[in-house]
Design a protein around this ligand. Structure first.
Ligand code: MEV
Length: 430
């Protein structure tokens, strides 16, 4: 059935649910039951979640797991991860343990600059525009003072504003390209507020000083942050690597393939993002922003490529990654969502710089675990072992049935049909 409704957002939560189940479900009471079974009995907590977004009807759970044993710059961490994919936390934990025994992860923040732009149109003489911009630049910064003064007190603020001529791409198109330091805040609201103020001042002054009109198209931060960059690295002597289930040469080849082959690079980087997104989500950060920025960075040389690098030099295996991560540990969900607060406390209440390093490590560890499996046993062995539980849950196996079947698959290959067969055999026997 095709249905439209006006004033939906004004309805109460129960009226919204009534309309949805009546319009879209044949088993209306069953649908209501599913929706309501995810409500939290703690009314205050439920209200908090209801108000995060518009038209909330229930909660959508993701498992919140932890991966212990991460040694980063000599300090131990247990990393919180919110993710549904069965093998990710296990892989992170395994990689953490592997490197714990080999000196741990080394990380470094390279830069923390964020970017925002006012996009505008102007069809006059460029020199006149440039002179006007240079005259008005101090006013842009001065008028934004009410927004920037607290950030400046803490050591951040506007770093610079430059005029960019983009007329080669679109006739009459220019930008005010601004750079910011937002310290422990992700900074989206701060940057967007500054940009909208720049646009207002710029337009007002242009009306007084320029013969030709300026048309502001939009003012918005950029999620492409190639100068908000962090590096994570592991290395050890070749002789300290296990000989049976690790192949350093093949590992480096696998990275090199992802460097030159975009089809492989996308999957390779997807594996990195398994680790990154899970921690970004657990710590209340914006994974869409991170994803967009990271993939743009992976294409910075004109071709989509691997985010990680690996080499063997002078008998030493080194594996590393430089990645842009614009994160916050204050503002946004960080002091609103109880689990986000818990995740940050688990991480020793990190600064944004520290969180950049922890999250880069989660990404590198994930890629390490994936490439180690891919170049030795293949990915399915570990993956299907973890997936076994999902299949058993789909089959509604009891705890004792699960125990017997898990035992069986310690010696047998897990495939969907093999699990179904083992389950049916067990059922027949009992
Ligand atoms: C699966 O979620 C991620 C992997 O495909 C990553 C990779 O291939 O490197 C295992």
């Amino acid at each position: 059935m095709c249905a439209s409704i006006s004033g939906f957002s004004k309805l109460s939560k129960s009226k919204k649910i009534d309309w949805i189940v009546k319009t879209y479900f044949s088993e209306q009471e069953e649908a209501k039951k599913v929706i309501k079974q995810y409500w939290n009995n703690n009314i205050a907590l439920q209200n908090l979640h209801d108000e995060f977004i518009e038209n909330t009807i229930t909660n959508y759970y993701l498992p919140f797991g932890v991966a212990p044993n991460f040694l980063i710059n000599g300090k131990m961490h247990t990393i919180p991860m919110a993710i549904e994919e069965s093998s990710v936390v296990a892989a992170a934990s395994k990689a953490a343990k592997f490197w714990l025994e080999r000196g741990g992860f080394k990380t470094k923040v390279i830069s923390t600059t964020k970017i925002g732009q006012v996009h505008f149109m102007y069809h006059g003489d460029f020199k006149t525009l440039e002179n006007f911009f240079n005259t008005v630049k101090p006013n842009l910064i001065a008028d934004a003072k009410p927004i920037t003064k607290n950030m400046e007190k803490r050591g951040g603020g506007i770093l610079d504003i430059v005029l960019k001529d983009k007329t080669e791409d679109i006739s009459g198109y220019y930008q005010l390209h601004a750079t910011f330091e937002t310290l422990d805040a992700m900074g989206a609201n701060f940057i967007n507020s500054c940009l909208e103020q720049f646009a207002k001042t710029f337009k007002t002054e242009a009306e007084k000083q320029l013969a030709k009109e300026i048309e502001i198209v939009m003012s918005i931060l950029s999620n492409y942050v190639p100068d908000c960059l962090v590096r994570a690295e592991v290395s050890c002597k070749l002789e300290d690597l296990p000989q049976d289930d690790f192949n350093a040469e093949k590992f480096v080849q696998a990275v090199n393939i992802a460097k030159v082959e975009p089809y492989r690079a996308v999957t390779h980087n997807k594996g990195i993002m398994n680790g990154i997104d899970a921690v970004v989500l657990a710590t209340g950060n914006d994974f869409r922003a991170i994803e967009a920025g990271v993939h743009a960075y992976a294409s910075r040389n004109g071709k989509y490529s691997s985010l990680t690098d690996a080499k063997i030099e002078d008998g030493v295996f080194t594996f590393w990654m430089e990645i842009p991560l614009a994160l916050g540990t204050v503002g946004g969900l960080t002091n609103l969502h109880p689990l986000v607060k818990l995740a940050l406390e688990l991480l020793h209440k990190p600064s944004a710089r520290e969180l950049m390093q922890i999250i880069a490590v989660a990404g590198l560890a994930q890629n390490f675990a994936a490439l180690r499996s891919l170049t030795t046993t293949g990915i399915q062995e570990g993956h299907m072992k973890m997936h076994l539980m999902n299949i058993l849950n789909q089959l509604q196996a009891t705890d004792s049935e699960k125990k017997i079947i898990v035992e069986h698959f310690k010696k047998n290959t897990v495939t969907h049909s093999a699990v179904v067969e083992a389950y049916n055999n067990l059922k027949e026997k009992n």
